[in-house]
Design a protein around this ligand. Structure first.
Ligand code: LLP
Length: 400
């Protein structure tokens, strides 16, 4: 159990806290689910890219799914080996592709015909053969939030099956491209296993037909997306998830690449903030805290639910909105939740903030970003210092 009072005293607020023991456990559970097969659990760095966290995952033999050269550099710095790093993303720049080729990562996930041409061109320039996989869009409704659904043809991600076939044949005939993998990712926060099964079956069928015509596919990259409990969702067990994929892959002897982000880190993270004031506008009760939407954007951006709790507080509960100091009506963490009366200085914990929390934070309203702390085996340590005013102006001050 994390001592939030002690955390606030030691590190101040607003603050991100990550329970490394919990996160390790989640990672190991997923790894175990796939252990019957050759597999790489390529953690989706976008979910939480803190270097200490990546280093801890590297020690558990994690790979990394990266969407920018910055993420690739983070993964390498943290000790994740290059042969376990994949590079995805719908809009990679030339410099990013070239650098990834020079760094010799496992493969680049290509998302369009135009990108395939760019990768070939850049590989030719470097005199290299680019290992690639193609992101197939299986056109399946993942039944999740529209902002995080990616596997429908109306989404910008990947290419349809027919286009993919053409791309594989082209790549197979190129001296600068080596198609080694196939990739799909239908969305995030998936809580229904059926769309995953359907997608895996479709992509496995395509893989078989590609192998038949001589494309040497060795990696079956199933993306990420495994959902977690924020409220009372019923989620997919990693074992069932792995079984669904394995059964779709019958007869295919390929290394599985799985790219979980949220599943690994979401529930192990807490956002800790302090009450500044309580106020009432008419019938409406507001608890104003020192953290804002710039620190944790998910409630504002997706209307996402995060459980909130006032630390060590009892008393008659009444509905309130928990809001931040940012000058936007959309700056809230919770709406109409029943909470006891609060006083200045009380601590509010926002749960399940380990994924897409700090990484989506900004300096809006010239607010320095919060510190990050790891809790492991009963002790805590700072893993990112709180930003200062000087950090905020560093890139501008020389031009004054
Ligand atoms: N692989 C690919 C190709 C992805 O696009 C993503 C997430 C993942 C793996 C990891 O998905 P996960 O296992 O974390 O669901 N900011 C949003 C989520 C955006 C997800 C983007 N892609 C949120 O806060 O809910």
């Amino acid at each position: 159990m994390i001592d939030f009072k002690k955390m606030a005293q030691t590190y101040d607020t607003p603050l991100y806290i990550y329970d490394f023991d919990h996160i390790k456990n989640r990672f190991e559970t997923l790894k175990k689910a796939f252990k019957a097969r050759k597999s790489i659990i390529a953690y989706a760095v976008k979910a939480n890219s803190n270097l200490s966290l990546l280093k801890m995952l590297a020690s558990l033999e994690a790979g990394a799914d990266c969407v920018s050269i910055g993420e690739i550099k983070r993964a390498l710095l943290a000790g994740i080996p290059k042969y376990k790093i994949v590079f995805s993303g719908v809009g990679k720049k030339d410099e990013e592709i070239s650098e990834a080729l020079k760094l010799d990562i496992l493969f680049i996930n290509v998302e369009s015909e135009a990108e395939l041409e760019r990768v070939e061109e850049l590989a030719r320039g470097l005199g290299k053969k680019a290992r690639i996989s193609i992101r197939v869009n299986p056109d399946i409704d993942p039944k999740t939030h529209p902002y995080i659904s990616t596997g429908l043809s109306q989404n910008k991600f990947g290419v349809d099956i027919e286009t993919a076939k053409g791309m594989y044949l082209k790549a197979n005939n190129s001296s600068f491209l080596e198609p080694v993998g196939i990739h799909f990712h239908i969305g995030s926060q998936l809580t229904d296993i059926e769309p995953i099964k359907e997608a895996a079956v479709k992509v496995a069928d395509l893989t078989r037909s590609l192998i038949k015509v001589g494309v040497d596919i060795r990696f079956f990259d199933v993306g990420g997306g495994l959902g977690v409990v924020y409220d009372n969702e019923s989620t997919i067990e990693p074992y069932d998830y792995a079984q669904a994929i394995l059964s779709a892959m019958k007869g295919l002897d390929l290394t599985i690449v799985c790219e979980p982000g949220r599943y690994v880190v979401a529930n192990g993270g807490y956002f800790l903030t302090r009450v500044l004031y309580e106020k009432r506008n008419g019938d409406k009760r507001f608890i104003i805290v020192d953290g804002g939407m710039n620190d944790l954007l998910r409630p504002s951006l997706y209307n996402a639910y995060h459980k909130v709790e006032i630390v060590d507080k009892k008393g008659a509960k009444e509905p309130a909105d928990i809001v931040g100091p940012v000058c936007e009506s959309g700056d809230f963490f919770a709406k109409e939740v029943k909470l006891p009366p609060t006083q200045r200085g009380d601590l509010v914990v926002v749960h399940s903030a380990g994924a897409y929390g700090f990484v989506m934070s900004s300096n809006y309203n010239s607010r320095p970003r919060p510190a990050e702390v790891a809790v492991e085996k009963g002790s805590s340590r700072l893993i990112r210092a709180r930003e200062s005013f000087e950090d905020l102006i560093a890139k501008e001050i020389e031009f004054l």
